[in-house]
Write a protein that binds this ligand. Structure first.
Ligand code: DGL
Length: 267
């Protein structure tokens, strides 16, 4: 099983930030990535719709013999993790991006006030608050939905004055006053981490979940005896809707250009 690939999926190409972090800490793993670009953004979709997409994607990743499926999207982790875990059963292990981040925050910020930004689906699901409360570490969570940010980044607006204005408008929300750390609860946001840090001028720790999640996947594979001992093949990248601009953007998210294959989900 060790030589089987790690499956990763997201609503689009944002999850490539997590895939990229994983290739850094686990260079021997072969990755099969699926970006559901036909249904992007997930952040505004209903829970039922996201669950239906996630199940279809898992069928593909299981056919690709993935040993582990990582839901590299907060919106899909919030809406579909429990269902997907049940659906996949013993065919693969299923991981999400929320639990490792919760564990990290519980350990590093007990009794402190922590902010969170993410899509409407992620924030309205309240999953971070529920899971933090279950940990009982006294973390006070202040969440703000920031639905424009993922679309803005996909359109190439980051590290510029437009993204600065949008980021400043969201982060000046009174709900985020007095926080000591901020969870970037969307896999697109590592691309605007620097601008967010600039906004807070060092007063707030900005938590890049992609690195936390990559570390968690590494520990998980090691503990389960599933880590690859040699590279079994090239990474594969599938999208449910193909445009040249998606392929061009992969370089920004994955830090190198990749070849996207078109795989329609509903045929
Ligand atoms: N990458 C998704 C997430 O982490 C956000 C983009 C979307 O709304 O599809 O929540």
């Amino acid at each position: 099983m060790k030589d089987q690939p790690v499956g990763i999926f997201d609503s689009g190409i944002g999850g490539l930030t997590v895939a990229q972090a994983i290739t850094k800490v686990l260079p021997l793993e072969q990755i099969v990535y699926f970006g559901d670009t036909a249904h992007l953004p997930y952040g505004d979709k209903s829970t039922a719709a996201i669950q239906a997409y996630a199940v279809k994607i898992c069928d593909l990743l299981i056919r690709q013999r993935c040993k582990v499926i990582l839901i590299a999207c907060n919106s899909a982790s919030a809406a579909a993790y429990e269902l997907v875990k049940e659906y996949v059963g013993s065919k693969a292990k299923v991981l999400n991006v929320i639990e490792p981040t919760i564990a990290f925050v519980g350990e590093q910020y007990p009794g402190r006030t922590v902010g969170l930004i993410g899509t409407k689906q992620t924030v309205n699901s309240d999953v971070y608050r529920r899971k933090l409360d279950e940990l009982n570490k006294g973390v006070v969570l202040r969440s703000v939905a920031t639905p424009l940010l993922a679309a803005m980044i996909e359109e190439g607006f980051f590290n510029d004055s437009i993204s600065e204005s949008v980021i400043n408008a969201y982060l000046s929300d009174p709900e985020l006053q007095g926080i000591e750390a901020l969870i970037l609860a969307c896999t697109h946001y590592p691309l605007i981490k620097k601008q967010i840090e600039l906004y807070f001028e060092g007063r707030v720790d900005v938590l890049d979940a992609s690195q936390i999640v990559a570390g968690h996947v590494k520990n998980f594979l090691d503990q389960q005896g599933l880590a690859a001992e040699q590279r079994a093949g090239d990474h594969k990248f599938y999208v449910s809707d193909f445009t040249r601009s998606f392929e061009e953007s992969t370089r920004i998210f994955f830090k190198r250009q990749v070849h996207l294959e078109h795989f329609p989900l509903w045929e």
